[in-house]
Write a protein that binds this ligand. Structure first.
Ligand code: HQG
Length: 199
């Protein structure tokens, strides 16, 4: 199947399954599931031609496993990344590793240094277990910066962490004292905020 068509379909699925189901009058349940036949019919009404094979190929091709199809093959959902208020997935709560990483960009740093990480329009702050993923996430916004998060210590302080079914770690917020800016040049932590992170 044509890669461009798959990418375009993946973007469309992200849009309606994470953010704007109502743009095509699609109903999602609170766990984010949409009936695939309804999705195809709703999309068609709004001029987007989809079929089951195309949807399945887009799901299979998603590098980040963005979507899941239910075991009975009837329903589809986005694994994480939602902003729509019609969805509240009960993600599995889990003890995180000592460190997790967040990718962002230089122009957000001043605000992050003041406020910590906030979920913004999404339901959670998104974190990864490895730095290359964080760099790729940050690059979507501009010059990437990797933030190391003292995840286990936050967890021990009572912050909740969740692991989405595609491996992305989620938490509601990250306070400034749990963030260290990784130094891209040396691949080690810079001095900035290290002191507060260690308190
Ligand atoms: C930043 C992609 C200023 C935050 C990825 C980020 C991910 C702040 C941006 C998923 C801030 C939000 C999510 C603060 C956080 N002040 N900026 N206090 N706190 N920010 O796109 O994490 O390809 O909503 O650093 O792989 O970039 O779509 O979140 O830069 O898993 O499947 O605000 O989306 O997945 O941007 O990306 P986003 P994100 P997909």
């Amino acid at each position: 199947m044509n890669t461009e068509r798959l990418n375009e379909t993946s973007k469309f699925l992200s849009y309606v399954l994470r953010h704007e189901p109502h743009a095509i009058d699609l109903e999602l349940d609170s766990e984010g599931w949409a009936d695939i036949e309804c999705l195809i019919a709703s999309a068609a009404k709004y001029g987007r031609s989809l079929d089951r094979a195309l949807i399945q190929a887009a799901v299979r091709n998603s590098d980040k496993k963005r979507f899941s199809i239910s075991n009975d093959g009837l329903r589809i959902r986005a694994a994480q990344g939602h902003s729509t208020s019609s969805v509240r997935i009960q993600h599995i709560e889990k003890e995180p590793p000592e460190f997790l990483y967040h990718g962002t960009t230089t122009r957000f740093l001043t605000s992050i240094r003041q406020q910590g990480l906030i979920a913004g329009s999404r339901h959670h702050v998104h974190l990864s277990t490895d730095k290359p993923t964080a760099i790729a996430v940050g690059q979507r916004h501009g010059q990437p910066v990797v933030l190391r998060i003292f995840a286990l210590r936050m967890y021990q302080q009572g912050f909740k962490f969740f692991k989405a079914e595609n491996g992305v770690w989620l938490t509601a917020e990250v306070p400034t004292n749990s963030i260290v800016e990784e130094d891209q040049a040396t691949n080690s932590s810079s001095d900035r905020e290290t002191a507060s992170a260690k308190t």
